[in-house]
Design a protein around this ligand. Structure first.
Ligand code: FMN
Length: 145
């Protein structure tokens, strides 16, 4: 049984190319021991990561990732579980810095990350607005039905 998680998150503060490399090289070392593979992309202060591996190991890793103070606003984009074929069988954690790459082939990926991030920001604003006041009113209304 394999599990795969895709998520995006935002840097808490600016990170150098080397700091990002450091995260992925440490990740690759840990992941090799846990049979985890994946990719970590960074672009304009946003991480996009895919992790895949045995369910228990992925759950444990993702719990750590959620607590990591180097990033915030983590939004899960997808979780798959089952008889999956690995997308990244050869990479324990491939790092791709989209701010420095010149690869033409990666241009569509950049556009997708921008679009996902913009959408996430809209959803976050809406959720915050609801949390601030409207939830209470909405719930109040429904109790009168
Ligand atoms: C964006 C991001 C991606 C990460 N990806 C991984 C990963 O794939 N594997 C990993 O072991 N740690 C990863 N980490 C680090 C974990 O959050 C955590 O620091 C680490 O798993 C703790 O390992 P340790 O208990 O061996 O110190 C990532 C951190 C960040 C900020």
């Amino acid at each position: 049984m394999l599990k795969r998680i895709h998520y995006i998150s935002s840097f808490v503060k600016d990170m150098s190319v080397n700091e990002i490399k450091e995260i992925s090289s440490q990740a690759a070392k840990n992941n090799a021991e846990k049979d985890i593979t994946g990719v970590l992309m960074a672009k304009g202060g946003v991480f996009f990561q895919i992790i895949e591996g045995p369910e228990e190991n992925i759950d444990r890793l993702f719990t750590n990732i959620l607590k990591d103070i180097r990033h915030e606003k983590i939004i899960t984009l997808g979780i798959q579980i089952g008889d999956l074929k690995r997308l990244f069988p050869n990479w324990h954690m491939k790092e791709i810095n989209l701010d420095t790459t010149t690869s033409e082939r990666l241009q569509p990926v950049k556009a997708i990350i921008d679009a996902v991030h913009a959408q996430a920001a809209i959803i976050e604003n809406l959720t915050e607005a609801l949390a601030a006041s409207a939830w209470a009113e909405l719930l109040d209304l429904t109790t009168k039905d």
